[in-house]
Design a protein around this ligand. Structure first.
Ligand code: FAD
Length: 506
């Protein structure tokens, strides 16, 4: 390939310098503002992805998310190729790679969609400044949220800390902008960088697990990528949305959209979800009733709220939102933590949830609340340990939703469930998994217990246990804590925290 003086790596048949589109958590071609702006510029488009495991403070992805990311990138790469553009992969420090691209390709413009975590924002703003100092356009867009975190505020202009007024204020802004159409053709930049050590193939990013490969079941359940996201949304709008308001609490039913990992990696935008849902309602194409639709949109609203919190309280992952929780007497309980992670607590609904997570990379929201409450309140283990485990094992592990939800469960968060609200695992199981179909699926060793005892095997008479082939302490654990005692202990610890916080303040 011939090199020009201005752009040594550029194909001379493309006289214009390319526009770089830096993909991060926006792995789609539809409703992608950065990509659309690049195409609209009329210049060749160079789509890039950087696996940055070296920039300071960026949190490494968990194992499940890495698996998903591989599939999402594979799908994006295919979709871009169909339009005429090649997604170029790099591994290394983002600022260095972008600086080198600019220097060697003559790029005059780098575009991206915004991210909202503390380290990501710091890095993006550093890169933006460095580019602008060199006279290179660096432009960012909103591709991840319905409204930017700074667009929704109290009347005094301060951040919102309670969901209901937040959502009311967000809704008062009117319908979010209509989604941008997916391009059918892209003038892809013809750039060769394969002699750079940082330029790699998708496979060599080694995102998929190998020894052992624990992803086989996940691969049968999920289709990372834009097409999979669209399919989940249309399946949901055509059926499960009807009754979502109530059924969304039932882990034994396929009653929710399962869009969370797709949203996490930006394979679908909340604007697309919003407008598709409104269209389905207005055209009568969905069986969902108004209250189901409003409930569904408000769950998307909880995601917005989590990003609002993360943006305004950037240390949400490490610091209690309510500082009085700094005095909470968390317990160092490695055996309890290990039993919880393995789904061996002796409480079937908790164990089913933790095993669903391990096997499928996802857990039903109601069960996430039950297992979260169990860790923090029955075992008195710091919510940060639970957040870390979810970060590693959830396909949808999200910097805003995971952190905000764990703080909500712990009682330390914004608009949180009060600490004294302790989920009773047996009652939760009986109420939301009444025929124990969920428990039987994920805890097969107790599947033969009758409905009356399956959520509390320790209460079953010996002959019933025997008939079901269950030997407590051998084939299935005895409860690692007694609910009533754990509850009293948690409430005492909560009280002690209040005393400690008061004496600290004194
Ligand atoms: P649906 O019910 O179909 O909802 C549609 C979308 O709305 C979801 O995809 C999600 O983006 C959003 N949403 C739904 N419920 C919530 C909620 N309670 N809070 C914030 N957004 C919500 N969600 C994540 O996406 N990533 C996480 O890492 C995460 N960690 C969690 C940890 C705990 C302890 C708890 C209690 C909840 C967590 N959630 C997290 C929220 C919620 O459980 C999931 O978003 C939901 O189960 C995803 O399933 P779905 O896509 O079928 O949801």
């Amino acid at each position: 390939m011939q090199k020009t003086a201005e752009s040594p790596l550029k194909d001379t048949s493309q006289p214009q310098s390319p526009v770089v589109v830096w993909f991060r958590s926006d792995l789609r071609i539809g409703d992608n503002p950065a990509l659309s702006a690049a195409i609209a510029s009329g210049r060749p488009v160079l789509p890039i992805f950087i696996l940055d495991e070296t920039s300071a403070d960026l949190r490494a992805l968990g194992g499940a998310s890495r698996w998903w990311l591989h599939g999402a990138l594979e799908s994006l790469s295919r979709d871009l190729a169909k339009c005429g553009a090649t997604l170029v992969f790099f591994r290394g420090q983002s600022d260095e790679i972008i600086a080198k691209l600019v220097a060697e390709t003559g790029t005059k413009s780098v575009l991206w969609n915004r991210r909202y975590g503390k380290a990501e924002r710091a890095l993006d703003s550093e890169i933006k400044t460095a580019l602008q100092e060199k006279g290179v356009e660096a432009k960012s867009f909103n591709g991840h949220l319905l409204y930017e975190p700074w667009e929704v505020a109290t009347q005094a202009g301060t951040p919102m800390k309670v969901f209901t007024p937040f959502w009311r204020a967000a809704r008062a802004r009117g319908a979010p902008a209509s989604p941008l159409p997916a391009p059918s053709a892209i003038n892809g930049a013809r750039i060769t960088v394969d002699h750079w050590p940082q330029n790699v193939t998708l496979d060599s990013l080694a995102l998929k697990p190998s020894s052992p490969d624990w992803s086989k079941e996940m691969a049968t359940l999920w289709s990372p990528g834009e097409a999979g996201a669209r399919r989940n949304l249309s399946v949901f709008l055509a059926g499960p949305i009807n009754g979502y308001g109530e059924n969304r609490n039932r882990p034994d039913m396929a009653s929710t959209s399962r869009l969370s990992p797709h949203l996490r990696f930006g394979e679908i935008s909340p604007r697309q979800i919003w407008h598709a849902t409104q269209y389905a309602r207005d055209s009568g194409e969905t069986p969902g009733k108004d209250h189901d639709i409003e409930k569904f949109l408000s769950e998307v609203g909880w995601r917005e709220f989590a990003f609002h919190l993360l943006y305004h309280f950037p240390d949400l992952r490490t610091d209690n939102f309510q500082p009085r929780f700094d005095a909470f007497p968390w317990s160092d309980n490695p055996a309890g933590l290990a039993a919880w992670k393995k789904g061996m607590t002796g409480y079937p609904i908790v164990d089913a949830g933790m095993r669903e997570l391990w096997r499928t990379g996802w857990m039903h929201n109601r069960v996430r609340m039950v297992v979260g409450s169990f860790l923090v309140k029955h075992l008195l283990i710091d919510w940060r340990r639970g957040e870390e485990w979810f970060w590693d094992t959830l396909l949808d592990a999200d910097p805003a939703n995971n952190t905000a939800s764990w703080q909500w469960i712990a009682g330390s968060g914004a608009d949180a469930s009060p600490y004294f609200r302790i989920f009773a695992p047996v009652l939760q199981g009986e109420k939301f998994d009444p025929k124990a179909e969920y428990v039987r699926k994920y805890v097969p060793e107790i599947a033969n217990l009758p409905d009356a005892f399956i959520h509390k095997p320790w209460a079953a008479p010996p002959e019933i246990l025997k008939r079901a082939g269950v030997t407590l302490g051998v084939t299935y654990p005895r409860p690692i804590v007694i609910h009533e005692q754990a509850r009293d202990k948690a409430l005492a610890a909560f009280k002690a925290m209040g005393t400690a916080a008061t004496s600290q303040a004194a």
